[in-house]
Ligand binder design. Sequence first.
Ligand SMILES: NC(=O)c1ccc[n+]([C@@H]2O[C@H](COP(=O)([O-])OP(=O)(O)OC[C@H]3O[C@@H](n4cnc5c(N)ncnc54)[C@H](O)[C@@H]3O)[C@@H](O)[C@H]2O)c1
Length: 457
Amino acid sequence: MKISIFGLGYVGCVGSACFAELGHDVIGVDVSTTKVDLINSGRPTIIERDIDELCRRGHESGRLRATTDARSAVLATDVSFIAVGTPGTGHGHLDLSYIYGVARQIGEALRDKDSFHVVAIRSTVMPGTNEKVASIIEEASGKKRGEGFAVVSNPEFLREGTSVKDFLNPPLTLVGTDCQRAAEVMHELYGSLPAEYISTDIRVAEIMKYVNNTYHALKIVFGNEVGAICKTLGIDSHKVMDIFCRDRHLNISPYYFKPGFAYGGSCLPKDTRALRALAADNYVDVPVISHIESSNDAHRHRAVELILAQGRRKIGVLGLSFKAGTDDLRCSPIVDVVETLLGKGCAISIYDKNVQVSRLTGTNHEFIMSKIPHLQHFVTDDLDAVMAASDVIVVTNAEKEFKDLPARYPGKIFVDLVRLWDELDYEGRYEGLAWANINQNDAQNAEMEKDFAKSAF
Ligand SMILES: NC(=O)c1ccc[n+]([C@@H]2O[C@H](COP(=O)([O-])OP(=O)(O)OC[C@H]3O[C@@H](n4cnc5c(N)ncnc54)[C@H](O)[C@@H]3O)[C@@H](O)[C@H]2O)c1
């Protein structure tokens, strides 16, 4: 396949050399004549393991060359990768002017190109950039997105130092697109790599890199905070974290990674507080561990706001215990939500098949009496009675018996805290706590447009 790659820095140089190694014809494009000359003399623009050899081989085979002429590169290729820099502005925002500049150049060239062209954004960009790039290309080329050209999101996961190896053995290949034709082109390009190929929504692909890198940063900081606590106690933190990582069921696993409701129960709140107290007692500053609870509180407040935002006062709560299949109410986050809603004058009905107020004992009973002493007035084991009495139904446990309720009660508004439903679109009668309805994207795009105006190109 014929490929042009805009930007010959770390990402572009490695991508150019590796695609040439995979047998594609590659034209690198950069505003720097120094970088272009380096590639055209068979040398890399960066220092990286294995890159010298790949650039030399690409040059000798005639499959790798470079130019400063964007137009000729676009006209001679089927796919253009954008791998230019996206520097931070210092406040966390991105300067996307290089991306938009390249988009315009590609668009202007496409005016004179008859065949379909795929533009792949390889740089790390914020959700919504893909749409903006497409609209710049539409304006500059006079062509329509999805017909004359497509813009796909194809984030790069390489690490400097091992970038050639990472390119050729990626953890996965990710392509975000709404265009079948472009998806096929991208699959042809990457199909030979030994990695899972994932085709997904554009915005999912766009935000992925930020989620990955923030999580990597979180892991580093968490490990270091554990290390700092262990050191003051004379404990070998490496032994601790080695054992931590050996638990592949709960620790290093997809478990607990689904956006849903706040955590609760008798263990997580108590034990995170205890580790925080242990650190404080030893004068160890652990900001991440210390703020876990406030993050959980913020999420519970989001649930309250989402419920109140429905503008109705008759609220049905399905599930009161801290998770499905138990009657344990201790530190159940929905108990706090109910307490707040009662304080705001809402009429509450609660259904939980596992909770019988008269049979609660011990700390479980003490906890609920301290929060909602008159609980028995709100709880019933009659699901249909709760449905009949309520306008807004809040689902807090993923019980199968709730699954067909939207179909059975078409007039109700459902606020889903646990992603019980995947369909997402109940004609405006559904809200998820921590996920967007797909049909909300138009509104989100309009919001993004406002932001883009600030970083005008
Ligand atoms: N470096 C990494 O490890 C890494 C990993 C994954 C993703 N990324 C992302 O990839 C993007 C590129 O990163 P990088 O480290 O390769 O940047 P870089 O600064 O090393 O390279 C960017 C290149 O783009 C060129 N350029 C700027 N404007 C241009 C234009 N109009 N036409 C052609 N070329 C132009 C510059 O001259 C430069 O050579 C960034 O968004 C970055 O966040 C980087």
